[in-house]
Design a protein around this ligand. Structure first.
Ligand code: FAD
Length: 391
């Protein structure tokens, strides 16, 4: 990889969070000649999880990373899905165009691919977290839960919706995170219904459950969504979260009883509020936020992965283009990303508002599919060419 010879000041960058945003940033920073270190709280790469889709320019970023063909090979190739009633009767078809974007992959497949593309060039510290940040004129002194304190030139918070970096450098979560009124649980299970590249969706007032095939129909992912105001729950207490879901879905029809049993046994389990992050500024001195940590648009926007990839490209590119002048680079990154993020946050809020509409008719679903490109289009974000980052 070529080194960016214009770099003069900034060298070492600590990235908190080793998921889509953090991994993509590490890739680009290394390619521009910086020295990134990733600290990830999980003991190893988190390569499980749900399907995510990409739109528009995110595919250009993957292309510039030389990963587009590889990611296309991981496409879930999801077909249309069926809406079912409490007795399992199919009453409508949900066209894939409505939910699968330009390309859909399992999030875990994406992070695995980004990790493989960076593991030899980037220092990874798993099973640790930052605990304190102390900035001065020349850098940031970082303390960790386990590792010894270290100094870095810059710190990037790519640690998601509940960002520790944001809490340390900007303030408590309540100031920035806006709950959208939906909770979601997702878990892995076997494809016990024998579905082929498709899914089944069930709705009841204020509730939805679904199952979709994964990994060439050898596995499945199921989800429960329910409407609720903010719940006080311990984010690390999986058993308590499963109980909350089980209580909400007790007595529901279709496959819900079986899915609740599967959830109970599931090792791979995700539970969280659907939320957005709204901040007046994404940087504070030498600390900057990237991806969901700084500007989560919510799962109902369908744009979080694209934002993470594009944000990483712009942040690294601006740092390189400005010779490591972090102040100018952070301002340019934010100026380019803000309008793009603002549109997605509108999409996320609108999506949340119509999430639990009563069982839709086929006519309505066909109309959504026909309008899918318009409904999901946002103004393009410009991706400058930050040469000399050639492969
Ligand atoms: C149910 C659901 C469905 C979604 N569907 C889509 C979709 O279809 N399309 C789409 O584009 N997006 C979708 N998204 C959004 C997408 O997953 C996120 O926007 C995207 O993953 C953001 O990436 P990120 O790297 O910023 O944050 P995350 O993926 O949340 O990663 C944050 C990382 O930081 C780590 N971390 C957390 N705290 C610490 C700490 N203290 N120290 C170190 N590491 C830490 C975490 O372990 C994690 O690895 C969906 C999200 C959800 C919840």
């Amino acid at each position: 990889m070529n080194e960016n010879k214009t770099q003069t000041k900034t060298q070492t960058v600590l990235i908190s969070g080793g998921s889509v945003a953090g991994l993509a940033l590490a890739y680009w920073l290394h390619r521009h000649g910086f020295t990134p270190t990733i600290v990830e709280r999980a003991p190893q790469l988190r390569d499980g999880g749900y399907a995510v889709d990409f739109r528009g320019e995110a595919l250009d970023v993957l292309d510039r990373m030389g990963l587009l063909e590889e990611i296309r090979a991981l496409d879930t190739e999801m077909g249309d899905a069926a809406l079912v009633d409490a007795d399992g009767r199919q009453y409508a078809t949900l066209p894939a165009a409505v939910f699968a974007g330009d390309l859909e992959v399992l999030k875990g497949d994406l992070t695995r691919m980004l990790y493989e593309a960076t593991r030899e060039d980037v220092e990874y510290v798993f099973g640790d977290s930052i605990t304190h940040l102390q900035q001065d004129a020349d850098g940031v002194l970082v303390t960790f839960e386990h590792a010894a304190p270290r100094r870095f030139d810059l710190v990037v918070g790519a640690d998601g919706l509940h960002s520790k970096t944001r809490a340390l450098a900007f303030g408590p979560e309540e100031e920035f995170v806006r709950h959208l009124g939906i909770y979601t649980a997702i878990f892995n299970l076997g494809n016990y219904l024998g579905l082929e590249n498709t899914g089944r969706l069930y709705t009841a007032p204020g509730k939805a459950a679904n199952i979709f095939t994964a990994r060439a129909n050898t596995e499945a992912r199921a989800a429960f969504h329910f409407a609720a105001e903010h719940l006080e729950n311990d984010r690390r207490d999986t058993a308590a979260q499963k109980r909350i879901v089980a209580e909400r879905f007790a007595g529901e029809g279709w496959e819900v009883p079986r899915l609740l049993e599967e959830m109970d046994a599931a090792q791979e389990f995700f539970f969280d509020s659907n939320a957005q992050v709204e901040m007046d500024s994404w940087s504070a001195g030498r600390v900057v936020l990237l991806g969901d940590a700084g500007y989560c648009a919510g799962p109902t926007s369908g744009r979080g992965t694209s934002q993470a990839l594009i944000g990483a490209y712009l942040l690294a590119g601006e740092l390189a283009a400005r010779g490591g002048d972090h102040k100018a680079a952070f301002a340019a990154y934010e100026e380019q990303m803000r309008p793009y993020v603002a549109e997605h946050q509108v999409l996320g809020r609108e999506g949340a508002e119509r999430f639990f509409l009563p069982a839709p008719t086929q006519e309505f679903l066909d109309m959504l599919a026909a309008n899918a490109p318009e409904n999901t289009r946002t103004e393009p974000v410009r991706l400058p060419d930050y040469t000399p980052a050639a492969a």
